[in-house]
Design a binder for this molecule. Structure first.
Ligand SMILES: [Cu+2]
Length: 212
């Protein structure tokens, strides 16, 4: 046991050393009234197109109490998502979005096939049985991304350099993500504030499976 722990620590060390060269980018997002905005996907695309390899993380979108949890997921292109159903009823999930079309007929438990998302874009997930079930997947072509919490804050690490910083919310007025050029420096302590204009009604006007 002791030996195994030692080996694990040794293998972890280079990772810790590598991340020391990256710098953290803190972002705060509000709506037009200055209220903190959660569930905003923020991501940075390097201007030179180069990214430092990062382990591809898989994600899970659970079905519970007739809802998708989480409501918003961000993943890098090529990542996989699993869809465990923790309800007693069966779900039939699907996406018509060009970035990923799939159809998982009535299933329960862990039997839904994992899906790989290999194209950047927005995917809206629906359930054929329960119309109110909706979830959003933002597939991005970069390993540098995060999602704001309910306080509107997000942060991620990226090596110093020039980037295009983008921000996307499923209920934003603009069709394209908010976009700005930024320079990430080794020391980047101040959070950057972004403002996103939302459609007036979250309930009536939010994007549905027909919009993407
Ligand atoms: Cu369902």
């Amino acid at each position: 046991m002791k030996f195994a722990l030692h080996v694990a620590l040794l293998t972890a060390l280079p990772l810790i050393a590598a991340s020391a060269h990256a710098s953290g980018l803190a972002i705060h997002v509000t709506d037009e009234q200055g209220q903190p905005l959660g569930d905003v996907v923020v991501y940075a695309e390097p201007d030179n197109g180069q990214t430092t390899p990062k382990p591809m993380l898989s994600a899970e979108i659970e079905q519970k109490n007739l809802a998708f949890i989480p409501n918003v997921t961000v993943i890098q292109t090529g990542s996989r998502i699993t869809f465990p159903n923790h309800d007693k009823v069966r779900h039939h999930i699907y996406s018509f979005s060009p970035a990923k079309r799939f159809d998982q007929k009535l299933y329960s438990g862990e039997s839904a096939a994992p899906q790989i998302f290999d194209k950047a874009g927005t995917v809206v997930l629906g359930c054929n049985i329960h119309d109110s079930m909706l979830a959003y997947i933002k597939v991005v072509d970069t390993p540098y991304f995060a999602k704001t919490n309910t306080a509107g804050d997000a942060q991620f690490d990226a090596p110093p350099g020039k980037y295009t910083l983008k921000a996307w919310h499923y209920n934003m007025v603009a069709k394209e993500p908010l976009s700005q050029s930024i320079q990430i420096k080794t020391a980047d302590p101040m959070p950057r504030t972004l403002k996103i204009a939302l459609k007036r009604s979250m309930i009536v006007n939010h994007a549905t499976t027909a919009d993407y």
